[in-house]
Design a protein around this ligand. Structure first.
Ligand code: SF4
Length: 187
């Protein structure tokens, strides 16, 4: 039987539903364990992600991997990582609302397959899309909010932490809280 996530990725590979499809090098569909109950969502691929076809590579990916190690979830074990948009916005600009809107059905389909218990939004764009349109990371990070049977939490985007290392202690606290929550829920 075909893996449903693989099947979805194959469908997504030919997507041209928004203008970002025309300028991508590679689709960045998502990576990780298709049985994961913990999903991380960023905003969209950057240059390295576009070149390699994988989310969160390069320096920000290495930082994310360090946080994943802290919670005992390597990329291929118990975690799935995806983005709001699957194709790189030119010059790393924010995805436009209409691009996010066009791409969200792919993420929703990924969520239907994974059926995660926790979704962690990495950065403002993902948190505003999935948690609260008024989400402010500096004020609202680390708080778990239940929606539709899923716990959502927003924290800092690793690229933002590289630009502003003073926020790393807050991010660390968020991941420690996440580790505790995973333990509490037996995930
Ligand atoms: S960003 Fe999403 S909607 Fe736009 S072309 Fe890529 S996969 Fe399709």
């Amino acid at each position: 039987m075909t893996d449903p996530m693989q099947q979805l990725q194959t469908q997504c590979a030919s997507c041209q539903n928004c203008p970002l499809g025309a300028t991508r090098t590679n689709l960045v569909f998502g990576v990780g364990d298709p049985a994961a109950k913990l999903l991380f969502v960023g905003e969209g691929p950057g240059e390295q992600e576009d070149l390699q076809g994988e989310p969160f590579v390069g320096k920000s990916g290495q930082l994310l991997d360090r946080y994943l190690a802290l919670i005992g979830r390597p990329r291929d074990g118990g975690v799935y990582i995806a983005n709001i948009v699957k194709c790189r916005p030119p010059h790393n600009r924010d995805p436009k609302p209409e691009e996010s809107e066009q791409c969200l059905p792919w993420l929703r389909a990924q969520v239907r397959i994974l059926r995660p218990k926790i979704i962690v939004c990495l950065g403002r764009i993902a948190a505003q899309r999935l948690i609260d349109p008024e989400f402010r990371v500096t004020r609202m990070h680390g708080v778990f909010t239940e929606k539709g049977g899923i716990l959502f939490m927003g924290t800092f985007h690793p690229a933002a932490l590289l630009r502003n290392p003073a926020q790393k202690k807050d991010a660390l606290a968020d991941f420690q809280a996440l580790r505790d929550k995973l333990e509490e829920l037996g995930i």
